[in-house]
Design a protein around this ligand. Sequence first.
Ligand code: ADP
Ligand code: MG
Length: 701
Amino acid sequence: MDTVKIPEIYGSLVFNDKVMKERLPKDVYKAVHKAIASGSSLELDVANTVAASMKEWAIEKGATHYTHWFQPMTGLTAEKHDSFISPQANGTVIMEFSGKELVKGEPDASSFPSGGLRATFEARGYTAWDPSSPAFIKDGTLYIPTAFCSYGGEALDKKTPLLRSMAALSEEAVKVLHLLGNTAVTHVDTTVGSEQEYFLIDKDMYLKRKDLLMCGRTLIGAPAPKGQEMEDHYFGVLKPKVSEYMHDLDQELWKLGVPAKTKHNEVAPSQHELAPVFETANVAVDHNQLTMEVMKKVADKHGYACLLHEKPFDGVNGSGKHNNWSIVTDTGVNLLDPGKTPAENTQFLVFLMAVIAAVDDYQDLMRVSVATAGNDHRLGANEAPPAIISIFVGDELAGVLKAIDEGKDFVGTGKIKMDLGAPVLPNITKDTTDRNRTSPFAFTGNKFEFRMPGSSLSVADPNIVLNTAVAESLSKIYDKLKDVKPEDMSTAVTALVKQMLDAHKRILFNGNGYTDAWVAEAEKRGLYNLKSLPEAMPRLIADKNVELFTKHGIFTKEELDSRYEIFLENYVKTIHIESLTMQEMVRKDFTCGIVSYMKDITNETLKKKQLMPSLDCSYEEKIIGTLDAAEAKICTAVEKLDEDTKTAEKIEDELKCATYYYKTILSDMAELRASVDKAEAIIPDSYLPYPTYGQMLFSLR
Ligand code: ADP
Ligand code: MG
């Protein structure tokens, strides 16, 4: 492998702060910097200068086009490339790019999901430059991160509400910090680090499976003799070719300024993970989208297909995306770091309680934010957190909280006795927050880790909810403390923390989230257990949640209604495609396998009987019998799936339709799969026109 100087390639395709400092006039650079730090917009003359500089830089790097890169409700990214050329009267061209073109784009919005927000006759959409996320070059095009909205200004994307939620959180956090005496802070940012899980399989095998091609997950397939039970893959030695892939992936990401940091094998065979260094939430979201895209592209180059579906294979773990989240002030303090001094401790306690209250009050929204057809296969299976939201805080912090709740002194493991009359916390050493892999929302020393997001999800979704819910908690805290005199503040904070803890302690759970006992206990505590998307989605438009989003200016009621519609529609379409793909794959590919094997084995058995009537054919007959029985069941099951899918197509009410897909179509598919897999398990691989689980999961070198 070539040796590369990482500092030289890192960010080499990014119009980052360093490039701007070098290339922009001082006052323009300052104006941009200020706009980024405060989250405000830029004057047109400043934008003109930035655009000219960006264009020059991009052309030097070989770019010929630019694109406003945005994140519509498909959950993917979208781009339309325009070249810089501007034809001149004398038949030549000059390369042009204006401030106006940088700041605003006008793509036709009519073919993106809008959930009824935009009639096709009002097709115009706008993209608006997000200067806080750096532009970059990919495949000869300058990519400008943007937000996407309709002609009427309604958000049609995931970035607009994310930016709104970051601003709302900042506003409420600053108010509370000022009350607590921390007046130096003028702005806070949310920080996000999203660990990304993925599978790699051989590309030729991938191309032979219609289910992977159309749906991203296998819809049939008998289990391989070996799964993940040996626990030999997690953190295992990287196979040489996989290691080459990861090396190449890192390099490509580094060039784009994506801080890829950690790579390792995951639990399931052929499953891996990449974790970046955390960044400001909107940049982290952009970078996670890029990461997923680059993962697929580099995989292709290495003869792999990269699977980002939440559940590509039955019987082994699916893939998630842990969303690590915290809040940092513009003075550089992580507000979820317990800190070393009593003042920091007070601040920490307040923000910790704000998060706990937020997650309790808006559990339903947290669940909704990770609801997709794919992720429903993970949540609740014993591999990912259950569909019930709870918070793990670790033993020591739980001890502190318990002492506060009971109004007692807290004696820490270091035997430090804390008098809670003065609101102090012992120094929480980070290691004392032990790992609890079954918890959906865990405090991990100086940040929270939300483990429910699925691997293909845009992390914008959970962060919008988290930011907004915490902004609301902080707003309530501010209201309770705003009239307290400074000298009474610490007593008032202690009292408030105790009161909030009392109100929200039901959400705290340090035990094993995978047990039935927890499901029963959670029900007693009144926690939500929203098992599927159709069960969860109505919560998005429940009154209390509409109130939350509208109060903080994140979504209007119309925007929420549109999202509700889009999410349900997407769920329905996903399972509809799965049903049709499964029918086709069973009727054509699988049937071809079973029929030719039956023909061969029946002919051979007949021949054997004719040639030597005394020979025992019971083994062959048993196989024929099993396959014959399976065929009969498959025939019935595939017809039922077909009919029920036709019924589903006619249901007009979106929620009813989604519920029907969940209850009827998914169970039809499970029924069909059971018989297919049973038969597949005894059909020789060579008869099947597609690769088996064993071949796909154990072929990496
Ligand atoms: P794990 O032990 O869960 O595998 P790591 O300690 O490797 O996790 O870190 C997980 C992720 O958390 C990384 O992406 C890291 O950058 C991120 N992270 C660390 N600190 C913060 C923070 N203050 N805010 C947001 N994310 C953070
Ligand atoms: Mg983690």
